[in-house]
Design a protein. Structure first.
Length: 222
């Protein structure tokens, strides 16, 4: 049996749309000039991300640029990204560049889906940054998942006070995070070809949230 394959981010976003999961406004550009034109249509600032089936961790190979504030800056950064990725991964098939609206800063959260060999579809939520990388501050549930249970998941996190207004910060929209977790659970249940979904980071706000990167793997492509 072949292992799962990560699909392009543009394809992953189509899965998100099916389950009413938000994503920044974006355009796929094939050239630096197309990227500059797309950025002007979206509005500045924007983010550029390489789109290639051989590049899963885009930032590790110089495939991301953020906070780009003009068409000329986008054009230059796009050319630089294409050159850098081709140099770092010579065999990469580059589909283009995803030009995305730059999301406003928020509390970083991770929401993911996976398919356990024994328990089936499952959902993970966690705090971003060092809470995930060092402290492994995540929790899991298997399908089915209710909003009430998703809220309990958030309450289990060591970094939960960061979500509820620690150190004078505003509390984030816990209901929106719970709804997102439920939507991911539904995707894992209703799309058996999806092996893994990683929304990282999800930027949580006092009202609403915004995933700003999506990695999705499938066991077979449709």
């Amino acid at each position: 049996m072949p292992g799962p394959d990560f699909i392009l981010e543009t394809e992953a976003v189509e899965y998100l749309k099916r389950f009413q999961i938000a994503y920044p406004e974006h355009r796929l550009a094939r050239t630096p000039d197309e990227a500059a034109a797309a950025a002007a249509q979206i509005g500045f600032p924007v983010v550029l991300k390489i789109v290639s089936p051989q590049v899963v961790h885009k930032s590790e190979v110089g495939g991301v640029a953020v906070e780009l504030g003009s068409a000329e800056e986008v054009r230059l950064k796009a050319a630089g990204i294409l050159e850098t990725v081709q140099r770092n991964i010579p065999n990469a098939v580059i589909e283009g560049l995803l030009v995305c609206a730059q999301a406003k800063p928020g509390v970083e959260v991770i929401v993911g889906g996976l398919r356990d060999a024994i328990f089936g579809p499952a959902v993970m939520v966690g705090l971003g940054g060092i809470f995930t990388e060092i402290l492994k501050d995540v929790t899991f549930r298997v399908y089915p998942l209710s909003e009430e249970e998703a809220l309990k998941m958030l309450g289990e996190l060591k970094g939960y006070p960061l979500l509820t207004g620690a150190r004078g910060q505003k509390a984030v929209d816990l209901k929106a995070l719970a709804v997102l977790a439920v939507s991911v659970a539904r995707m894992m249940h209703e799309c058996p070809e999806v092996a893994e979904l990683d929304l990282n980071p999800v930027l949580a706000y006092p009202e609403g949230l915004m995933p700003v990167d999506a990695r999705l793997s499938v066991t077979e492509k449709n």
